[in-house]
Design a protein around this ligand. Sequence first.
Ligand code: C2O
Ligand code: CU
Length: 468
Amino acid sequence: MTNLTSLSRRGFLSGAAALGGAVLLPTPSEAGATIDLSIGSSWAQLLPPPRPATPVWAYDSALPGPELRFRQGERLQLRARNHLDRPTSIHWHGLRVPNAMDGVAHLTQPPIGPGEDFLYEFDLLDAGTYWYHPHMGGAEQLGRGLAGALIVEEDTPIRVDRDLVWMLQDWRLERGGEVAPGFDSAHDAMHGGRIGSHVTLNGRPAPRIEVVPNERLRIRIVNAATARVLALDFGSLAPVVVALDGQPVAPHAPEGGVVLVGPGMRADIVLDATGEPGAAMTVRDLFRSGDAYDVATLAHGDTPLRARAPDWDMALAPNPLSEPDLAGAVRHDIVFNGGMMGQMMMGDEAPAMIEQMRQGRMWFVNGRASDGHDGPPLIAAEHGSSHVLRLENRTGWWHPIHLHGHVFRVMSRDGRPTAHREWRDTVLMAPEERVEIAFQADNPGDWMLHCHVLAHQSAGMAALIRVA
Ligand code: C2O
Ligand code: CU
């Protein structure tokens, strides 16, 4: 038993391998070993050389941070040491962790001050694609580079030739390569957040990725941008979505042909490299149609791996999640308001919102701008009870709404049942859209519900859900 555990335990990649991004070389580490992770400043070549390198903030000096890779059921033990000149924390996005390990500074733990460290320790209940990032300091700490992938492998993974992680980050860079200041820009906060000038894949701008004709890839796409929604188009290649936010979903072609991933969200796709030998195929972001750009090029080698794409099964085994009891669920109406061209001048809550806007808050959850730590909880849920949240986006903007400590089913959009009732930890709402989600409050503690456009979050688009 012990031997099996230690054999299957995976450590994390070296920074260099993570930087290269193409080859996964998990290094076995002993069961119970504590990983050390440093948080500090570093440099990264985000612009194509010979343009200057960029000073960034990074985990273990690597950008993106080291890929943490475990097996389902293992225990993560990680000591984070802060070498920055300001406090930070680490949130394990999408993982169902005990509340004290959730990494929300001032809510679930004190901030990790400069020179201090903090031990994170929890069991990995669910397999899938997750990520880690600071939960402190608004958009700045992520916008300067702090983000890494956390992969939990299934006991029986689906068969693929290679398993790749694509960490997508969005940077607002100045001419000299520096990250532009102004993370608290009111203009960004009122609009779609801090949209950058450069998108990188595993820290590189539009990299060329070598593939072998007819090989099968599993690509774990992580949108670690602070504001940018991605709609990835694979040209004549046909991605199949097999997991969303780490949770298995019935394998399906993405709706509208593009893989839509909002900030904070993930999509695992199976992609057969079916291009002709020698073909160079681009992956493009089509979210802003007038402003499409290349995210990567898939360069097909000359010698096919096999005569045609394989027909191996793509269905992943589900995680042990608690199914919400829809018949007995408590129902809640949650209205998001604010921003430019919002509709908050209507209704009883208008005067209160206008008063909060005078104090610089711009986004509201049921009429209240909050940092998600203060005041009474939006929802006080009894441990084990089920909840249906009817989310209504009364704004002209997209919002990826993230719930901590739980995953939920996406039940309907604008009154129409969703095709897959997918499990998610973050749901993307289009302007004016209504989305119904359902979950069982099975994890006690104070949890945040917030927009993952971080400039929206820090301008009030956050709330507290208390499970007790
Ligand atoms: Cu990815 Cu509250 O965060
Ligand atoms: Cu938002």
